[in-house]
Design a protein around this ligand. Structure first.
Ligand code: 2AM
Length: 186
């Protein structure tokens, strides 16, 4: 099954993400907006995992969670990937002053590399995907609108991380949490 490691978002943040999508509704034809059920923060994408290895993958996430402390993140600010040219992904950014999120991502990379998963080659750019664009033909208008969208900072204390199964369907990806591991209280 297709798996990734993620952090769930609270309802207040999800509602604000929906509002940001609404503010960009002029681009509804160009962008496939993610639904509330699909909103999350990805820590590590694992890809296809044989059923026989799911337990091992879940246990590895448990060890990462045990070695990571609770932390607070501040969500805010809209942007696009890539940084220039046609937009592929519309996102909301986040700040995490304690560095725990980056450390947690490093730990995930290390633990999963130990059990044979590829390390992510791109630098970790934590983001909350708002929508994906197949072919941006807006001539820069989408980027301009995204970069001009206000998103008031919102805080969330992150207390757990999850192993998520992604099932690709013609209507988009369906996500199901298969394990949730509490982070350590310092
Ligand atoms: P994205 O939000 O930036 O698209 C489930 O697919 C999650 O894993 C998504 O949040 C996606 O990030 C992330 N992801 C990272 N690498 C991926 C890859 N190679 N293929 C699919 N999703 C990936």
């Amino acid at each position: 099954m297709r798996l990734f490691i993620a952090i769930e978002l609270n309802d207040e943040i999800k509602a604000a993400l929906r509002k940001a999508q609404g503010a960009l509704s002029a681009f509804d034809r160009a962008v496939r907006w993610v639904t509330s059920d699909q909103m999350h923060l990805t820590l590590k994408f694992l890809g296809e995992v044989p059923d026989a290895r799911v337990e091992e993958v879940t246990a590895a996430a448990g060890r990462v969670a045990q070695a990571s402390s609770l932390f607070e993140m501040v969500v805010g600010g809209c942007g696009c990937f890539p940084a220039n040219g046609r937009v592929r992904v519309v996102w909301v950014g986040l700040n995490e002053p304690s560095g725990t999120l980056a450390a947690c991502n490093d730990l995930c990379e290390a633990r999963y590399a130990e059990i044979g998963f590829d390390r992510e080659r791109r630098t970790f750019s934590p983001h909350l995907t708002l929508g994906r664009v197949r072919d941006d033909r807006t001539g820069g208008k989408l980027r301009e609108a995204v970069e001009g969208t206000r998103f008031e900072p919102l805080r969330q204390t992150v207390e757990s991380m999850c192993v998520v199964q992604s099932t690709l369907t013609p209507h988009g990806a369906r996500y199901a949490i298969i394990a949730r591991h509490a982070l350590t209280v310092a």
